[in-house]
Each structure stands twice: as C-alpha cells, then as structure tokens.
Design a protein around this ligand. Structure first.
Ligand code: 3SL
Length: 234
C-alpha cells in the first residue's frame, strides 16, 4: 500500500486514486472540532462547503456551525472551536458545519473510496484504522485558502510515521517531507508553530487555548468516516 500527501485541496486532482482512503486534515481547527464533537456524543457532523447550505439545514431544524476567517458567523449555533463542542446539548444531535478550509477539503475528496477525518486528537486511532484497512492512503491537508500550512503537514507526517512499519511504502516526496518536518518538532508543536501563519492568525483572535487543545495527541479513540448520505459518523 502507498502513502501520498497532498498539501492543498487545489492539488487533489493530481493525487486522485480510486483505491485510496483519503484522510482529511485541518488541525486548526475544522477536523479537530469534528472529532471533538463526535467524541462527545454528536450523532453526526454534516460538512458542507457553502454558508447558505448550512443555513438551509439550520432552517430545517439542525444545529449549524459556520466559520469564516477564524470567526463564528452570526446566526449560527457554533463556530469552529473544538472547545465549544464540549457541551451536553450536542448529544445525539447531527450538526451541519461549514468552514473556510476544512469542509472545502472534505468536499474536494467526497467521491473518494472512503473519507476519514484526522486531527492530532485522534491520530493514533486513525493510524490503527488505516493499518486495519490495508488500502492506499492519501493525506489531504486543508491548508489555508489552498496554500500550504505547517500544522496539517505535521499531522500527515506523524500518522505516516505511525503506519509506515505496517506494509505501507512511500516514494512520495511530500510524505517524506512531512515525516522529516514532524521529526524536527522534538514533540513541542506549539513552539515549533510559533511563526506559523495560522497560529498567529488564531492568536490574534485570542484563540490560544484552542491551539493548545488542537495540538494534544491521542485524546480520543474515534475515527469519523463520511457515509453515503454525507454525514460523518463514528
Ligand atoms: O479553515 C477552516 O476550516 C478552519 O479550521 C479555520 S479556523 O481555524 O477556524 O480559522
């Protein structure tokens, strides 16, 4: 089985492989929020690209989350903070979610054989799942508005390391680079990301606590998978 890493949704057509499981990554913060919500009892997360689509679901009675440029949009129940999903009101509810990058990446990958959601919070669980599935893997990093970002690449490197002793091979330079990057962090991702664009963007919005939370490793033993109805469920 092969591992490839795509650093931007805009490059995804270059990586398309009908036999691959696509692992969508948006560490700050969409996939961390999705994992947290499902781990804390949400029945499903419904990723949509457009805010209008999220509004339509909300008008039908669903809880709805919308974020653009790091900010929760007015009129929605949630934004994109994983910490906001640590509440009991979400239990057994399905929540529609639209974000700047993460849900756009899920949309780009939705025709894949299988779409799985990863964050540092559930990285080991995703690695175990991939080892069990024995299929080619594409890590799809959401980046920022189709540009490369560091934190998503670090997670692709971390999970690649976790699975690479299990029959997976890679001659994909972006996967090799992601592993090298992760190994450079010395385990202190918060400091490693000190100059990164998105850590700074979120810090300016006073979201340091969110960043710290999203960088915690292996808090949840869950693997969200996109079903044929467009719901992410466990
Ligand atoms: O782009 C996204 O999907 C978001 O995760 C961005 S933010 O962290 O909410 O700014």
């Amino acid at each position: 089985m092969t591992i490839e890493t795509c650093y931007s949704p805009i490059q995804y057509p270059l990586f398309h492989n009908s036999n691959a499981i696509v692992v969508v990554i948006d560490v700050l913060r969409a996939t961390s929020a999705i994992v947290t919500a499902l781990a804390n009892g949400a029945a499903g997360m419904i990723p949509v690209a457009g805010v209008e689509t999220a509004k339509e679901w909300q008008n039908k009675g669903f809880l709805a989350a919308a974020e653009r440029n790091g900010i929760k949009l007015d009129g929605f129940d949630f934004g994109n903070s994983p910490l906001s999903y640590l509440v009991s009101d979400i239990k057994d509810k399905s929540i529609v979610i639209s974000t700047t990058n993460g849900t756009q990446a899920i949309e780009a990958a939705k025709e894949a054989k299988q779409v799985v959601i990863a964050s540092f919070l559930n990285a080991q669980a995703v690695a175990n799942y991939l080892i069990q599935q024995q299929q080619d893997v594409i890590f799809l990093c959401s980046g920022w508005k189709n540009k490369f970002n560091l934190e998503d690449s670090l997670l692709a490197g971390y999970i690649s390391e976790l699975i690479s002793q299990n029959g997976f091979t890679s001659n994909c330079d972006s996967t090799i680079a992601a592993k090298i990057l992760y190994n450079q962090t010395g385990g202190n991702l918060f400091d490693f990301l000190a100059q990164s664009s998105h850590r700074n963007r979120l810090s300016h919005l006073n979201l340091e606590e969110d960043i710290q939370f999203c960088l915690k490793h292996n808090v949840y033993n869950v693997v969200p998978v996109l079903n044929t109805e467009g719901y992410l469920t466990l």
